[in-house]
Design a protein around this ligand. Structure first.
Ligand code: ADP
Length: 210
């Protein structure tokens, strides 16, 4: 038999491994607490049909179940600190493996540490997803504090908010560097939610084939 034929047969398989998975979109929303990530995730979901995955929500759901793990998480969140990378990474891996995330998803509040970003870099190709489109929402601290004051969640008390902003500056802001030149887009987070979404949409539309 012609030795070229088995090689030719292998070509489509090789292409499937090397080419980025077609038609899937992973969006990472980065930005300070109260920076509007949740609101923008809703807009993206509405237009692109990608499910929003908020690690804050996943963790609050865990707390509600009042399991021993939930109680530990609750203590950490109440102080405005970060839950361990190990716990959050496992929750995200489980969540993105659900059928509704098969075409892609929006990550809100994850990754939050360089360690989490490294994990995501291995998780996405392992699950057949392309590199993420990273959207950084820029918002000044004053805007954040007043937005959070009007929200009224348990960890939105002024002293906890201050700690969450400090944690952001220390652990999450370095991620902006991490994603430099790797599909990162900085977006002005000031203005109405619709105005901010229009800026994000200009980035996403071509990537999602719209
Ligand atoms: P916000 O963006 O307003 O801070 P979130 O709902 O994203 O609200 O997060 C609330 C809390 O949940 C955080 O202060 C932290 O304790 C915990 N948390 C959320 N996401 C992560 C994460 N990726 N890693 C560690 N802790 C997290």
């Amino acid at each position: 038999m012609n030795p070229c034929i088995p090689l030719l047969l292998l070509l489509p398989a090789a292409a499937a491994v090397l080419a980025p998975p077609a038609g899937k979109v992973v969006v990472v929303l980065l930005g300070p607490p109260g920076g509007g990530k949740g609101t923008q995730a809703e807009f993206i979901t509405k237009k692109y049909g990608l499910p929003p995955i908020s690690t804050g929500e996943l963790l609050r759901a865990e707390v509600e179940q009042a399991t021993p793990l939930g109680r530990r998480i609750q203590g950490v969140m109440a102080k405005g600190e970060l839950v361990s990378d190990e716990i959050v990474n496992a929750l995200v891996e489980q969540r993105i493996s659900q059928p509704d995330a098969a075409r892609g998803f929006i990550l809100d509040g994850y990754p939050r540490t360089v360690e989490q970003a490294r994990f995501l870099d291995t998780l996405l190709p392992r699950k057949g997803f392309p590199r993420p489109v990273v959207i950084v929402l820029k918002a000044p601290v004053e805007a954040i504090v007043s937005r959070l004051a009007s929200r009224g969640r348990a960890d939105d008390k002024p002293e906890v908010v201050r700690e969450r902003i400090a944690v952001y500056e220390r652990q999450t802001a370095p991620l902006i560097e991490y994603y430099t030149g790797a599909g990162r887009h900085d977006i002005d987070g000031l203005g109405t939610p619709e105005e901010v979404f229009a800026r994000i949409d200009r980035v996403l539309a071509p990537k999602a084939g719209r």
